[in-house]
Design a protein around this ligand. Structure first.
Ligand SMILES: [Zn+2]
Length: 557
């Protein structure tokens, strides 16, 4: 039981913008009145916000583990020491499970979504998420290159497609369907170097196009009433001129909800219109589209200079990037479900392309007119580690600091971006609270997160006010999870187990009669061993779905 007094509260979901007011906590939830005998925390001179919510990161599962394995040098350079209350781990751009949970918590984050898991990797992912302390977490299930789903779509079996989508989410204990370069794997495997995808091109042997796949997923995800309908990594990530693909993908939603992830990597023009040219910024065109289409949301996927690890279900992309990494790379294929690739990578401020990517990320934030629909991410660890979030917050809040950093980067790249034109904007604390917690929670459909209203989860972060926003957001004074002070005076005071967040949509049991024969014919494991058993759930929360009648799914955020 807690009563937090004298702090300036930023709770944008409830219209609270820096007012001094009490926050009361009982049984892990926010309550209206101070419970009798509650401990008081004096937050004078401090800022009180809901815990941070990361809508898109890569923190658990087979590909994350592969990335840890290929970078053993990180393990000794950045050790996360054992303390009286916390377990030890290794850091670097891909921290071990324990270090991931503690480092998120130490930054004031209390929930995070692992963004790309193959169904076959679900069990491994759940084991690692179970080992990721403090934060609540869930994962998105890779479905955009799934051979059986392609077959159902090709044969026009829409209802079975929808049932199969629901079955796969339920069977994996996942949170939302994820598309990564939909159709791109088959095209790439079928033709050498076919790593540019035309939305209207045939997908390998299927009588199907990426356009059809994307449209059907958007429609089905909305009809199933999933809390987060579909999370889309568009085709042609990283290629010059790809902004056209991104615009076209957003248009396909036709008013239905869709989330475009790490949109920075999909906002590139080209000097002469060729995919082999140096990229230019099309942030203005992309931001304009998102600004004027309330059914679309996006996270930025900002690039931060320094070490990163490119880690993606987009195997063709990883194959392309291998030439730009430090010499190590891995590509892998997961049966009939997805590909994956890992490339350790360093973003350098003097390199044209890297500086342009950095500038485009900032531009997208600064051109966004609705912080509820253009939210915070670095696609950790792809654009940069989650440990760089405080610096990114400073870049958004402090125009003078941003100007200093702009002077250090490749100037030709800056000229090919529009960053100078939007340089004067500074994010407010309220806007930061929106893009880092309130909006991601709302976009994920997590009604009890991202705000401090009565009934919300008592996940609370208290920062000491500081002119240096990087310092302020790096080390909160208090972090409270489920009503329990985990961090006090910047130090861990206890350990905590977060919850797995997952959906369990209803589906017609008959769909297993469609999936099982395919499985027995083509997969390497028995169908009976495929769905993840309930005993993997441990501490969990089933987030409800709200199915809609077919064809009536057009609704704004
Ligand atoms: Zn990602």
């Amino acid at each position: 039981m807690l009563r937090i007094v004298n702090g300036r509260v930023y709770d944008p979901a409830n219209g609270v913008d820096g007012a001094v007011r009490d926050i009361c906590v009982q049984d892990g939830k926010i309550v209206a009145d101070p419970p009798p005998g509650a401990r008081t925390i004096d937050a004078r001179g401090m800022v009180v916000m809901p815990g941070g919510v990361d809508i898109h990161c890569h923190i658990a599962g087979p590909k994350v583990n592969l990335a840890r394995k290929v970078q053993p040098e990180d393990h000794r350079h950045d050790v996360h020491p054992r303390t009286r209350f916390t377990r030890s781990g290794t850091g670097g751009t891909v921290p071990s499970t324990f270090a991931t949970g503690y480092r998120y918590a130490a930054m004031g984050y209390t929930a995070a979504m692992e963004a790309a898991v193959t169904p076959l990797g679900a069990r491994h992912t759940l084991e690692e998420l179970h080992d990721t302390p403090v934060i609540d977490k869930g994962f998105f299930v890779l479905m955009g290159n799934n051979v059986l789903l392609f077959r159902l779509l090709q044969e026009g079996r829409r209802e079975e497609f929808r049932q199969a989508l629901a079955w796969w989410l339920a069977a994996t204990k996942g949170y939302a369907p994820k598309l990564v370069n939909p159709g791109g794997d088959e095209m790439w495997k079928g033709e050498r170097n076919a790593n540019i995808t035309d939305l209207d091109q045939k997908i390998g042997p299927f009588d199907l196009t990426p356009r059809k796949v994307i449209a059907e997923f958007i429609e089905a995800g909305n009809e199933l009433g999933l809390p987060h309908p579909v999370h889309i990594h568009c085709n042609n990530l990283g290629h010059s001129g790809n902004y056209q693909t991104t615009l076209e993908t957003m248009r396909m939603a036709e008013g239905r909800r869709a989330h475009i992830t790490h949109i920075q990597f999909h906002s590139y023009g080209s000097v002469a219109g060729k995919s082999t040219d140096n990229p230019t910024s099309k942030a203005r065109e992309i931001a304009e589209y998102v600004n004027t289409h309330p059914n679309i949301s996006a996270d930025v996927g900002a690039v931060m200079f320094g070490r990163s690890t490119s880690m993606t279900g987009d195997a063709p992309l990883a194959y392309m990037l291998r030439r730009f990494g430090g010499g190590k790379w891995v590509n892998a294929d997961t049966e009939h479900e997805s590909g994956c690739g890992i490339v350790p990578f360093t973003y350098q401020d003097r390199v044209y392309t890297n500086a342009l990517q950095w500038a485009i990320g900032l531009e997208l934030f600064l051109l966004s007119e609705d912080p509820w629909r253009m939210v915070f991410s670095t696609d950790h660890p792809n654009g940069g580690s989650f440990m760089s979030y405080p610096r990114l917050i400073r870049l958004l809040m402090d125009a003078e600091f941003r100007k200093e950093q702009m002077a250090k980067v490749n100037q030709q790249a800056l000229e090919h971006s529009g960053l100078r034109d939007c340089q004067s904007r500074e994010y407010t604390l309220s806007e930061i609270a929106i893009i880092t917690r309130a909006a991601p929670a709302r976009l994920l459909g997590l009604a009890s997160k991202g705000h401090l209203g009565v009934g919300a989860d008592a996940d609370i972060t208290i920062y000491e006010e500081d002119a240096d926003k990087e310092k302020m957001f790096s080390t909160p004074r208090y972090v409270i999870k489920d009503g329990e002070p985990i961090i006090e005076d910047h130090e861990f005071r206890t350990d905590h187990e977060g919850r797995l967040l997952h959906v369990a949509p209803d589906y017609d049991q008959g769909i297993e009669q469609v999936i099982q024969p395919f499985f027995e014919d083509y997969y390497s494991i028995q169908f009976g061993n495929y769905p993840v058993a309930d005993r993997y759930l441990h501490h969990h929360q089933t987030v409800p779905t709200a199915p809609q009648a077919a064809g009536s799914a057009a609704s704004a955020v």
